[in-house]
Design a protein around this ligand. Structure first.
Ligand code: BGC
Length: 742
């Protein structure tokens, strides 16, 4: 059996992509032409800003070798510093949901730090399910504080790739199928993280929407899909969130690796959006020195496992080869200077140069409570017939069933894994919640590769259910917590996609047997996204989606089940009935042919497809139940200046419990010269209301809400006409409609 120490090393090694061994030059791939209307950033004379002047001075003092040292890794998670000039190394750490376990500069040091810990927050998809950007800020801020306290300068997250297929093994780390929801949540999270003085690193730019073939697959998509679906989250992260750094993805985009992609990085990110920070490669994602130099990679990271025990990071693509190229006059030193300048700019901005950054804190009660709050607002109540929930005082005996109930399963697998100080499992959470209730536990299924329904375990579970007032099955996906076999039972993990949407380990049979034994059965699903429920959904009265809810997840879940907390999470992605309903799968455009994947689904991702093409999902985008009810009234839609519209309506808590509602505003253009989706989310607000209380919500939509990206004109276009405004509780529960000629 592997020791814990070996397991750690295994994880680190398996998750850090092997870095390049030899730098080389190859013919740069054909560059896509920049769109008309993209404005190249004017390069003017010496910058006037005092920090830029200090940077000028520093750069003047550097030798070429020192500059080059700064633009590639100096260990697995640091870039090179220049002690002579007081320039520190940039220290980085995964990831989006907590500070990854400490392992020092090299793999051996992993062994020294195995007992450390940090707060494990709910994963990105759970955060997005809160639809609460303020909570995004709080989680970001707590995470930034932990990162700071752990001596990190850059926290490698948030991850925001669009959820295009339910099979992507990293969906749990990401946020949504909808670019507007991603944008709102990511801006909050980044601002929170960076409020603590460190840098966020938004990733993976771009189109890393599947793990299969991630190191080489070439993504082809239309310019309209790029602009309307895949770019907006990143644009918001940079232009509104002010992210200091961004990570280039492993995959290719239109024939060129993303990390060194001229169109994505140089044209769009740096010139159109005016990004002044650092483009960091994903680990080992650089493939070509010239492309990286010229197209905008600023810092090459990776883990040179090939050279253990004495890694030589100078052999990276942005290492010695750069020195040779500059000395030979093949590339201008100014290209290197620009990268060094960007790194220094962020160092000054984050007080690395004067060491004046305020200290953070980690493993604090306050951070744990943020994690709990996010889980409480992110867990989604999918079904609740027969008023089985919240559990009432008549419930005296509960059978808790399922391997996921009694194991640490509150995080996804891969580089985002954190060594959590503790984890409240669902079983523990339920035990802690009410000591007057008798709880029996039955495992129900075994987590192991290819494990089928286990008749004996199912019989035990059914018996426990029959003897209880209520049965709670906690199942769903797993993430491969056990490092030694992580790929064997990993469904939500880096470097793997799920094979299909079917419940693994014979859980369908288990659920059917338990419901038969006790119809009062609640199913709690863990995981980064939907699972096929067709075999039992209509027979189970209550279903919850608990995602990977962080170290306080078990407490949050119990609070919801017992009604201490009224659920308010809403799905950030559609849950299709079956995999074949998903556009990418229906078209056969996943996972591609191992060379190329064509996003022929275009802009019709998620509900944009289901609603336009009239395919009913099992649970729609934006959907989630509450223990109370909400009424909508008094919609008014009025012009508010050029290209702007004010949408005003009232939401009232019409039930008997306090609760929160996410009121959603979708827009549809009735007639347009190009196809437009049936509806698109353009605004939302989460409101907390006491029973009987109401609130008038006023939301102002600007021109972005009405435009589409015209491929013919290569620009955003607003076509005059009638726009419908659909206000409701989910994408398929529209309560009020209005329209306006614009
Ligand atoms: C992942 C990144 C991660 C990096 C460093 C890569 O394999 O794709 O998300 O930040 O490793 O661990």
């Amino acid at each position: 059996m592997m020791t814990n120490l070996r397991k750690c090393a295994f994880l680190l090694i398996s998750l850090a992509a092997v870095g390049p061994i030899m730098a080389q030059q190859s013919t740069p791939a054909q560059q896509p032409k920049p769109p008309e209307g993209s404005k190249p950033m004017a390069i003017k004379g010496a910058p006037k800003d005092p920090t830029e002047l200090k940077i000028d001075q520093l750069i003047k003092k550097m030798t070429l070798a020192e500059k080059v040292d700064m633009i590639h890794a100096s260990s697995s998670f640091t870039s090179g510093g220049i002690p002579r000039l007081g320039i520190p190394e940039l220290t980085m750490s995964d990831g989006p949901h907590g500070v990854r376990l400490e392992h020092g500069r090299g793999w051996d040091e992993t062994l020294v730090h195995v007992f450390d810990s940090a707060t494990y927050f709910p994963t990105g998809v759970c955060l997005a399910a809160t639809w609460n950007p303020q909570l995004g800020y709080q989680q970001g801020s707590a995470l930034g504080s932990e990162s700071n306290a752990r001596g990190k300068d850059v926290q490698l997250g948030p991850g925001i790739n669009i959820i295009r297929t339910p099979l992507n093994g990293r969906n749990f780390e990401y946020m949504s199928e909808d670019p507007y929801l991603v944008s709102r949540m990511v801006v909050g999270e980044i601002k929170g993280m960076q409020s603590q003085g460190i840098s966020a690193c938004v990733k993976h730019y771009l189109a890393n929407n599947q793990e299969i073939g991630r190191s080489h697959i070439d993504v082809e998509m239309s310019e309209r899909a790029l602009r309307e679906i895949y770019l907006p989250g990143f644009k918001a992260a940079i232009t509104e969130g002010g992210a200091n750094t961004i990570m280039g993805a492993y995959n290719k985009f239109r024939g060129q690796f993303c990390t060194e992609n001229a169109y994505l990085i140089d044209t769009i990110l740096k010139k159109e959006w005016g990004f002044k920070g650092i483009v960091i490669s994903d680990w080992g994602a650089v493939h070509n020195t010239m492309e990286a130099l010229e197209n905008g990679t600023d810092l090459e990271m990776g883990t040179d496992l090939s050279m253990l025990p004495n890694p030589d990071y100078h052999k990276f693509f942005l290492g010695d080869t750069v020195m040779t190229l500059v000395r030979d006059g093949a590339v201008s030193e100014a290209l290197v200077d620009d990268k060094v300048r960007r790194i220094l700019r962020i160092m000054f901005k984050t007080h690395m140069m004067d060491h004046s950054r305020a200290k953070g804190a980690f493993d604090t009660k306050a951070h744990q409570m943020v994690a709990r709050k996010v889980a409480e607002e992110g867990i989604v109540l999918l079904k609740n017939t027969q008023n089985l929930l919240p559990l009432n005082n008549n419930v005296r005996r509960i059978a808790v069933i399922g391997a996921n109930a009694d194991r640490p399963n509150a995080q996804g697998g891969g580089s985002s894994q954190v060594r959590s100080l503790y984890e409240v499992t669902p079983l523990q959470g339920l035990k802690n919640a009410n000591s007057n209730v008798e709880i029996t536990y039955a495992q129900g299924y075994t987590i192991a590769r290819g494990a089928q329904a286990d008749k004996a375990l199912i019989a035990q579970a059914a018996q426990a259910a029959a003897q209880a007032d209520v049965a709670i099955i906690v199942g769903g996906w797993t993430h491969g917590y056990d490092y030694a076999v992580w790929k064997d039972n990993a469904y939500d993990a880096e470097d793997v996609d799920k094979p299909d949407m079917n419940m693994p380990f014979g859980q369908d049979e288990l659920i059917k047997a338990v419901v038969k034994a006790n119809p009062k059965t609640i199913v709690v699903l863990m995981g980064g996204g939907p699972i096929d429920m067709t075999q039992w959904e209509n027979t189970v009265p209550s279903i919850l989606q608990a995602w990977y809810p962080g170290l306080e997840g078990g407490t949050a879940l119990a609070n919801i089940l017992y009604g201490k907390v009224n659920p308010s999470g809403k799905l950030p992605m559609s849950f299709p009935v079956k995999l074949e309903d998903v556009p990418a799968h229906k078209l056969g455009e996943y996972p591609g042919d191992d060379t190329t994947v064509r996003y022929n689904d275009g802009i019709y991702v998620g509900y944009r497809y289901y609603d336009t093409y009239k395919v009913a999902p099992l649970f729609p985008f934006g959907y989630g139940l509450s223990y109370t009810t909400f009424g909508y009234s008094n919609l008014s839609v009025t012009p508010a200046g050029p290209g702007k519209v004010t949408v005003r309506f009232t939401v009232r808590n019409t039930g008997t419990r306090p609760g929160a509602e996410v009121a959603q505003v979708y827009v549809h253009e009735a007639k347009c010269s190009v196809d437009r989706p049936e509806k698109e989310l353009k605004s939302f607000e989460k409101v907390y209301l006491e029973p009987g209380a109401s609130k008038t919500i006023t939301l102002t939509l600007n021109k972005d809400a009405f435009q589409y990206y015209s491929e013919a004109k290569r620009q955003w276009v607003m076509e005059p006409g009638r726009f419908d405004f659909l206000v409701g509780s989910s994408s398929r529960d529209i309560r009020l409609t209005g329209n306006l000629e614009l």
